[in-house]
Design a protein around this ligand. Structure first.
Ligand code: KDG
Ligand code: MG
Length: 402
């Protein structure tokens, strides 16, 4: 079998997605997700201008050699644009391999290690009362784990508190919206939210929270410590992680489990975090982390240090990534949890898929390959629209991390 052609498809059914479709001379095709929120066209260009010409004529079963060719062979390594493009190729090749061998991809990764993939949903509200109600809705739908975010008194907008409930999407059309931030106000508020949630729902439901890179290490240490009575499943992205050593401070002060890495694209973003056991969950995922081929290796490394996975799964990761993540999640030994932010109906219609939710778990389905398709005709009805993630300023106007 040979790669005959590859198409880079950009569409916007409720949000922008970049999809790579690799076609073979035997009529089998594979799909990969290359979406990088707010930078979609940069990856589309990297793929069509620089990668697709190098794929033609290659054997699509050579997932490892093609990965090495695109990563090691390219001289300019790493970075989110490069790695999203490589990830898309890798996903599409695994999809082809599964279809050609007539088996779901998880069987090529070691087979099922569990019966389903536990997921967490996103509950958010303008205040604590609303967030409590939203968490209740997820629990009544069967979720076993819920991420809770609430508006902070005195701040007009807060990360995680969206325009709609079920389909929270932070990217907006036009230029980047500006949010206003105060770590002091936030730190006073969050423990009250989790106290209210435990009083209402008891101890069984897994609760998660995302600080979205807003805190300094000592502030994160304080938050982790104050949240200990509410035994979170994890506290995510408490501090920006360029300085991996900074997490030593957080770790020394709290037993709240820590999750990190949705923006990581290489094991070198997490080598200290993992080998010093500074985190509990790694959030790297297939679309930005180098595809299934790379993530398998990173997960095996993490496993040696008791770090489990918790793949990013927000709406800006297409159903192709969700499918690929599920095949990965169900097969590896050190799976922890999978984020599952539901896509809109328009998105699901463009990407029909075999994965399904049941009683708190996602299941990849039994279709050969990844079990997801792309309706090219329908997708054309949703052309690309430029959209950006917000930026964030402190109360005095200082630029801060979003
Ligand atoms: O593109 C950015 C979003 O995916 C991100 O803000 C969502 O932090 C996020 C999460 O945990 O899902
Ligand atoms: Mg996050």
């Amino acid at each position: 079998m040979k790669i005959k052609d590859a198409k880079v498809l950009v569409c916007s059914p409720a949000r922008n997605f970049v999809t790579l479709k690799i076609l073979t001379d035997e009529g089998i095709y594979g799909l990969g997700d290359a979406t990088l929120n707010g930078r979609e066209l940069a990856v589309a260009s990297y793929l069509s201008d620089h990668i697709v010409p190098c794929l033609i004529g290659r054997d699509p079963f050579q997932t490892e050699d093609i990965w090495q060719y695109l990563y090691r062979g390219a001289y300019w390594r790493r970075g989110p644009v490069t790695m999203s493009a490589i990830s898309a190729v890798d996903m599409a090749l695994w999809d082809i391999k599964g279809k050609a061998l007539k088996t779901p991809v998880y069987n090529l990764l070691g087979g099922k290690s569990r019966t389903g993939v536990m997921v967490y949903g996103h509950a958010n509200g303008a205040d604590i009362g609303q967030t409590v109600d939203e968490v209740g809705k997820y629990i009544s739908q069967g979720y076993l784990a819920v991420r809770a975010q609430s508006g902070v008194p005195g701040l007009k907008s807060t990360y995680g508190v969206g325009r709609g409930q079920m389909f929270y999407e932070p990217a907006e059309k036009g230029l980047p919206p500006e949010n206003v931030w105060s770590s002091e106000k936030y730190l006073m508020h969050v423990p009250k939210l989790f106290e209210a949630l435990r009083v209402k729902f008891g101890d069984d439901v897994h609760l998660l929270h995302d600080a979205h890179h807003r805190l300094t290490p000592i502030q994160a240490a304080r938050l982790g410590k104050e949240l200990e009575p509410y035994h979170l499943f994890w506290l995510e992205d408490a501090v920006p992680a360029e300085l991996q050593e900074g997490f030593r401070i957080v770790r020394q002060h709290t037993t709240t489990p820590l999750a990190l890495g949705e923006i990581f694209d290489s094991v070198w973003d997490a080598n200290i975090l993992i080998s010093e056991q500074l985190i509990d969950y790694l959030r790297m995922t297939v679309v930005h982390g180098g595809g299934i081929t790379n993530l398998k290796k990173v997960a095996a490394f993490a496993d040696m240090y008791h770090v489990q996975t918790g793949c990013h799964g927000a709406t800006d990761l297409s159903p192709v990534t969700m499918a690929a993540a599920l095949h990965f999640d169900i097969s590896i030994p050190n799976f922890g949890i999978q984020e599952y932010m539901r896509h809109t109906k328009e998105t699901d219609d463009v990407f029909p898929h075999s994965y399904y939710f049941e009683k708190g778990y996602l299941h990849p389905g039994d279709k050969p390959g990844l079990g997801v398709d792309y309706d090219e005709k329908l997708a054309k009805k949703f052309p690309y629209e430029r959209a950006y993630l917000p930026v964030n300023r402190k109360l005095d106007g200082t630029m801060w991390n979003w």
